[in-house]
Ligand binder design. Structure first.
Ligand SMILES: NC(=O)c1ccc[n+]([C@@H]2O[C@H](COP(=O)([O-])OP(=O)(O)OC[C@H]3O[C@@H](n4cnc5c(N)ncnc54)[C@H](OP(=O)(O)O)[C@@H]3O)[C@@H](O)[C@H]2O)c1
Length: 259
C-alpha cells in the first residue's frame, strides 16, 4: 500500500540541473521511485557522465543546456520532446547565486540570476504546457516543482541580494501558476531547501567540516541529506501528493518553521 502510494513507475520527469548537487539528489530519488528522468547540465560531458551513472537506477537521459536565456529553454523543450515525448513531472532546480558586499554589489549580479532562477522556470512551464496538460488528470495531476530557498523567505544575511530576491519571486510565481493551472490538472509547488552540502554552499564548509555557527542556526543541528530533499519531491510527485498545490514546503531542519 505505502509503496504503491509513492510509486512513480512510468512517469516521465525533467530535472533541470539534475547532473549535480540537489538536482542530482532529486533525479536519483525519482529514478529509484520508478520514473524515467531527463537531466540537464551546462557541460555535455558532465551531463552524459551523470546520466550514464544514474542509468544504474533506471532510464536517465542527458540533455545538455545553458538556461540563461528563454531561447535556450525553448530549445531544451524541443530536444526533450524529440527524446522523450510526453511529460508528467517538471522540476525547475537549476539555480545561480552571487554573493557580494552591499557597497560594491555589481549590477551584473542581477540579470543572469533572475533569468536562471525565475524567468527560465516560467518559460519551461509555458513551453511544456501542452505535455503537462495532456498527462494530468483530476485524480493524478501532472506536477511542477520549483526549487526555492530559505533565503527567499527570511533574512539569512547571506549578502546574496539578487539571489534572495529571485527566490522570493519563484515562491510567488509558484503560487500564481498553481492558481492558474489547477483547472488543467497541473499542481505547482515550491520546495524550499535550507542548507545542503553542495557547490553552492561550499563556503560554509572547510574540508567538509561545517561552520559551527551555521549548525547552531539550524534547529535539527545538521545539514540536509539527499533523502531529505528526494523524499519531499517524490511525495509531491506521487499519488500521495496529488492534493497538494500552491504550497511552499521548507526542507530545512526547522530554520523557517521554528524561527
Ligand atoms: N545547497 C543548498 O543548501 C541550497 C539551499 C537553498 C536552495 N538551493 C537551490 O537548489 C538548487 C540547486 O542548487 P545546488 O545547491 O545543487 O547548487 P549547485 O551544486 O551549485 O547546483 C546548481 C545547479 O544549477 C545548474 N545551473 C546553474 N547555472 C545554470 C545555467 N546558467 N544554466 C543551466 N543550469 C545552471 C547547475 O548545472 P551545471 O553546473 O551542471 O551546469 C547545477 O546543476 C538551486 O536552485 C539553489 O538555489 C540550494
Amino acid at each position: 500500500m505505502s509503496n504503491e502510494l509513492f510509486d512513480l513507475t512510468g512517469k516521465r520527469a525533467l530535472v533541470t540541473g539534475g547532473a549535480q548537487g540537489l538536482g542530482r539528489m532529486i533525479a536519483e530519488g525519482l529514478l529509484r521511485a520508478g520514473a524515467i528522468v531527463a537531466i540537464t547540465s551546462r557541460k555535455a560531458d558532465i551531463c552524459e557522465a551523470a546520466a550514464a551513472e544514474m542509468s544504474a537506477l533506471g532510464k536517465c537521459i542527458a540533455l545538455p543546456a545553458d538556461l540563461t536565456t528563454p531561447a535556450a529553454a525553448v530549445e531544451l523543450v524541443e530536444r526533450y520532446r524529440a527524446a522523450v515525448g510526453g511529460l508528467d513531472i517538471l522540476v525547475n532546480n537549476a539555480g545561480k547565486t552571487w554573493g557580494g558586499d552591499i557597497d560594491t554589489f555589481p549590477d551584473k549580479a542581477w540579470p543572469d540570476v533572475m533569468a536562471v532562477n525565475v524567468q527560465t522556470p516560467f518559460t519551461m512551464v509555458r513551453e511544456l504546457l501542452p505535455e503537462l496538460t495532456a498527462s494530468g488528470t483530476a485524480d493524478d495531476p501532472s506536477r511542477v516543482i520549483n526549487i526555492g530557498s530559505v533565503a527567499g523567505i527570511k533574512t539569512e544575511r547571506l549578502h546574496a541580494y539578487s539571489y534572495a530576491a529571485s527566490k522570493a519571486a519563484i515562491h510567488m510565481l509558484s503560487r500564481d501558476l498553481a492558481g492558474d493551472l489547477a483547472e488543467r490538472n497541473i499542481t505547482v509547488n515550491a520546495v524550499i531547501p535550507g542548507f545542503f552540502p553542495t557547490k553552492m554552499t561550499a563556503h560554509f564548509r572547510d574540508e567538509e567540516k561545517v561552520d559551527p555557527t551555521l549548525l547552531a542556526h539550524i534547529p535539527l543541528k545538521r545539514l540536509g541529506k539527499a533523502e531529505d530533499i528526494a523524499g519531499v519531491v517524490v511525495f509531491l510527485c506521487s499519488r500521495g501528493g496529488s492534493y497538494v498545490t500552491g504550497a511552499q514546503i521548507p526542507v530545512d531542519g526547522g530554520v523557517v518553521g521554528c524561527g
